[in-house]
Design a binder for this molecule. Structure first.
Ligand code: XMP
Length: 510
């Protein structure tokens, strides 16, 4: 069942294409990003009520610049071109676009000339954000609806197409939300139907339909994506869903118990917890190289999962928590097939076991997954927990993974999290944990000098994990964390704090 209120975002390689789509969704209108070369038939299949042409780094008059099928302008639905998209509309309407001497970049004052539709409700002058080196000089048959000192045609209307030279989607454009909302509701006649409630209502019959009388298996890690997936599939097919929870031994403190409690006891899910701790640890004996460790953990995970899947005999589908950004390799979006989420570590399994894929949250951005999580009743501690890598604490243990280092890493990390929560800072930071390697340092306990482990605390701030900054925490909080770790975690004598950001460092040490 297709979402009826959809807007297509045609991506010309701009850094903000997904931000545009997210802004539409924040206004409760479903939107989907497709690359510029998407065939017109596929765009039509979306059944869009409007189309937004994104920005992009190229110049429209260059031969090699990305173009969309010009028939998009003839689909009969309203079009909004943003920056490059506006210039493209101008070109397709036989107008002129020229390079300007000085790029217009940053905050600019926009003067509104026409408030009939797109700019309805805007003041005479408002701040917008510009980033362009080309200027629209003319668009035959158009009406200019706003200008800036540098762009006489900063916004125009031509038939049912609108072009704006500035970016509505960024926070620096003061009335960006109002403009987008005018386009979506006033011009495209969209309805605010994209809500977590309506998503759940739509997706459950869809899963039912897809699975029929089949049986589904799901690798449940306790992370938000697999948890939401499992809940949705459970709501659709009940106990024809079996979840496998592989405890590889690298979970956070209390996590395995929490997963079993939440899903088996509270949600009455068909959950098979597998204690594979010894098995993983044995495989990692003597292995120091981080890539090698990750590879071993990934392979062992598949083996354990596969054994369990085979034991269950008749299984038809694998449910997995692929989300929208996982599918964004631009070309892959919309092609229907998404790659297996790497950290689920079950790549290859669907083909080998001839399983169909059920991916109920593949249309969602991460913040939408969180909202749906609330809608399906997941506890707040799962919803607001920090991201946690598939190989778990093993990525935070430098050198060989041993029982002793795991204990230290787990207990020290729990203290870090606890102290951050106490200081109401847990949700302000991206990730926070302890790292342990083989370095020993001398400490004094009472009168005795004693060697113990050096534990490094890593706390970072980030928006998407692509870059990260170490968190500038108050000294007294760091002091408390350090004191508690050396007092409460047996075998630790020193605590240090990382002041490395990403790049050049990564977030996880291994
Ligand atoms: P790095 O260490 O590369 O991490 O800066 C970036 C983000 O990715 C997470 N991460 C992983 N997540 N499986 C995952 O699901 C993995 O193997 C993995 N390795 C790193 C990391 O925690 C950080 O948020």
């Amino acid at each position: 069942m297709k979402e009826k209120n959809t807007v297509g975002v045609i991506d010309f390689g701009g850094q903000y294409s997904h931000l545009i789509a997210r802004r539409c969704r924040e206004l409760k209108v479903h939107s989907e990003v497709v690359p510029s070369y998407t065939p017109i038939e596929r765009v039509e299949e979306l059944g869009p009520k409007g189309i937004i042409l994104s920005g992009g780094p190229a110049s429209v008059y260059q031969k090699s610049s990305p173009k969309c099928d010009p028939k998009i302008l003839e689909l009969g639905v309203p079009i909004l071109g943003i920056c490059y998209g506006a210039q493209l509309i101008a070109m397709l309407k036989k107008g002129t676009v020229k390079r300007i001497k000085r790029r217009e970049y940053g905050k600019t004052k926009l003067f509104v000339d026409d408030r009939e539709d797109l700019l309805r409700g805007l003041p005479d002058a408002t701040q917008v954000w510009m980033s362009h080196g080309d200027r629209i000089e003319s668009v035959p048959g158009s009406k200019t609806i706003a200008h800036t000192p540098n762009s006489p045609i900063a916004a125009f209307r031509v038939g049912n197409a609108y072009g704006i030279q500035f970016h509505t989607e960024v926070a620096h454009t003061a009335k960006g939300k109002e403009i987008l909302s005018n386009f979506l509701y006033g011009i495209c006649n969209c309805k605010p139907t994209w809500t977590p409630k309506s998503f759940v209502k739509r997706i459950i019959p869809e899963i039912k339909n897809e699975v029929g009388e089949g049986r589904v298996i799901c690798a449940l890690s306790g992370g938000i994506d697999s948890s939401v997936t499992a809940r949705l599939v459970q709501r659709a097919v009940g106990n024809r869903l079996t979840c496998i929870f592989v405890n590889h031994g690298f979970m956070r403190k209390g996590e395995p118990q929490r997963v079993v409690q939440t899903f088996k006891s509270n949600f009455k899910m068909n959950l098979v917890p597998i204690d594979a701790r010894q098995r993983f640890l044995e495989k990692l004996k003597g292995v120091r190289d981080s890539e090698e460790k990750r590879k071993i953990i990934g392979e062992e995970f598949i083996r354990v999962f596969e054994e369990q899947a085979e034991r269950l005999k008749k299984i038809d589908f694998l449910a997995q928590g692929t989300i929208y950004p996982d599918r964004i390799e631009s070309a892959a979006v919309g092609a229907g097939a998404s790659r297996i989420k790497s950290h689920h570590n079950v790549g290859g399994l669907p083909e080998r076991m001839r399983l169909g894929l059920v991916e109920p949250i593949k249309e969602l951005y991460k913040d939408e997954v969180r909202e749906v999580a609330r809608e399906v009743g997941l506890p707040e501690e799962i919803i607001s927990q920090h991201p946690f890598p598939g190989p778990g604490l093993a990525t935070r243990i430098i050198g060989e993974v041993t029982d002793e280092k795991l204990r230290i890493c787990r207990d020290a990390s729990a203290i870090v999290e606890e102290e951050l929560r106490k200081a109401s800072l847990y949700e302000k930071v991206w990730q926070a944990f302890a790292v342990v390697g083989d370095d020993l340092a001398t400490g004094v306990m009472g009168d005795a000098r004693k060697e113990g482990h050096l534990v490094t605390v890593r706390i970072v701030e980030s928006v998407d994990a692509m870059t990260a900054d170490f968190s500038r925490l108050p000294w007294n909080l760091l002091e408390e964390i350090s004191k508690r770790i050396t007092n409460e975690v047996e075998g630790v004598t020193w605590v240090s704090y990382t002041v490395s950001s990403k790049p050049p460092s990564t977030i996880e040490p291994c």
